[in-house]
Ligand binder design. Structure first.
Ligand code: GDP
Ligand code: ZN
Length: 454
């Protein structure tokens, strides 16, 4: 019999109500010690999915009024008996109610313990558990939707499909190898290739969903670069909708890197407005320029800004050079002014070009579209399953490589035994992903990222 755990499950702060969650074999008896329903009914006698209104009483003293929701195993979040007490939302009151529940025999829940129990009781697999973190921390509509789809099994279904395919292939191969005298139909190479190719396609799809998923969830490391005064700070303000960096008419004022996170369409950009890229003798400015150049080579997206109203100079040309090294959008800014810029040259060198007036906002929609295109949003379909994190990506990658090994073994004519070894490795990686076969250490690490009450 496991402990009955309790924790405050709502955000800690003042609000209308707070929810204290209690889960475990003795959840009802623990709560019956402190919860007095107005109908005098014990929670232990109530059906699952029903509620009761009453008072929380501790040491003969009334602490608060509350609604108790009853969930009976296995039909609860954790798969155990669960009570959710909704009490008044003050921090003090909530802690007092939690104290009473603990005094009545529950123990404080560890971080993520409710979700961990859901995993251990087979309610969800590890990918779905991890999606719970993503849902909670989602900062954009797509991120939330992607996480919800994973929670509902989008990734698990794909993994199951590959797993079942590989399992039946491996079973067939070994049955045929182990019982040659039995009348088991030989697996044809065609069937083998077929199951490998299907598996590879599904796993490949999951891997490529990861990058777009990251753009939606973590954001893309984005550098805004261009020579002084082209309008970098103004562009940044346009994107973030607030005056964050200093906009001035004096070239070279934005000396350091300013960080900001903005949502452009469905994509999160982690922006830094860098020092203007120009050759300079000023020592402080030079440090800024050097740092900017360094960042520029590492970023996930470069917004290279040019001035429509000025002709190209050497610094612009250097920027065009760097544009070839990372994903880049050329932004021709100040289109409200007269044309002096050799835009044809830029168009010939950089694939994505957007015309903008950062000052008026004209062209912003084109910029949003360009950003979404580069982040692969047109191919991004949350319901197809998006891997949540590096752990999942690594497991899928390992599995993919093993399936490729199996296919390769078949191509060069190795024995069925050798092929089976690779297939089994591929299956093991998938079992690690879903948590069906995984070490306690990995499980602990996954739930470590949760906060208490989840
Ligand atoms: P930065 O040095 O690249 O960060 O450039 P700023 O954003 O500080 O802008 C320099 C000057 O250009 C400021 O006076 C801005 O108001 C002006 N500016 C920025 N964008 C535009 C634009 O689209 N049109 C016009 N006419 N002026 C702009
Ligand atoms: Zn600036």
């Amino acid at each position: 019999m496991s402990d009955t755990i309790a924790a405050i499950s709502t955000a800690q702060g003042e609000g209308g109500i707070s929810v204290i969650r209690i889960s475990g074999d003795s959840a009802f008896t623990v709560c019956d010690k402190i919860f007095k329903g107005i109908n005098n009914k014990k929670l232990a006698d109530m059906k699952g999915y029903t509620a009761s209104f009453g008072k929380i009483v501790s040491d003969g003293e009334e602490i608060d009024e509350a609604v108790a929701l009853v969930f009976r195993e296995p039909l609860s979040y954790t798969g155990e008996n669960v009570v959710e007490l909704s009490c008044h939302g003050g921090i003090y009151i909530t802690k007092l109610v939690l104290r009473a529940v603990l005094d009545a025999g529950a123990v404080p829940a560890q971080a993520g313990e409710f979700t961990k129990r859901a995993f251990l009781n087979g309610k969800i697999d590890l990918s779905e558990a991890e999606a719970v973190i993503d849902i909670i921390s989602a900062k954009s509509r797509s991120a939330a939707r992607a996480a919800l789809c994973v929670k509902e099994g989008a990734v698990r279904n794909k993994i199951d499909e590959v797993k079942n395919l590989l399992l039946s292939t491996a079973a067939h191969l070994s049955a045929w190898a182990d019982y040659p005298e039995e009348d088991i139909a030989e697996v044809t190479d065609e069937q083998l290739y077929d199951s490998f190719d299907v598996s590879i396609a599904i796993l490949d799809g999951l891997i490529s969903s990861y990058d777009s998923g990251q753009a939606v969830k973590q954001g893309i490391d984005t550098v805004i670069a261009g020579r002084p005064n082209v309008g970098k700070s103004t562009l940044m303000n346009l994107l973030s909708g607030c005056e964050r960096s200093i906009v001035t008419d004096i070239p070279g004022t934005t000396r350091d890197i300013i960080e900001d996170t903005v949502i452009v369409g469905d994509v999160i950009l982690r922006l830094s407005d860098t020092a203007g890229l120009r050759t300079t003798d000023d020592k402080v400015e030079k440090i800024g320029v050097d740092r900017a150049k360094h960042r520029l080579k590492q970023c996930g997206l470069l917004l290279a800004v040019f001035d429509y109203n000025r002709s190209l100079d050497d610094d612009d040309k250097e920027l065009i050079q760097s544009a070839g090294e990372v994903p880049c959008i050329a932004i021709i800014n100040k289109t409200d002014l007269d044309k002096q810029l050799d835009t044809e040259y830029i168009e010939s060198k950089i694939k994505n070009v957007v015309y903008l007036s950062a000052k008026s906002g004209e062209g912003r929609a084109d910029l949003v579209k360009a950003v979404e295109d580069i982040a692969g949003m047109d191919n991004f379909n949350p319901s197809e399953g998006v891997l949540s994190n590096e752990r999942q990506r690594q497991a899928v990658l390992n599995s993919l490589n093993s399936v490729k090994d199996a296919k390769n073994a078949l191509e060069i004519g190795l024995t069925y035994d050798a092929i089976t070894v690779s297939i089994e490795e591929a299956i093991t990686s998938l079992l690690e992903l879903t948590g069906e076969r995984t070490s306690d250490e990995v499980v602990d690490r996954v739930f470590h990222n949760f906060c208490v009450g989840k």
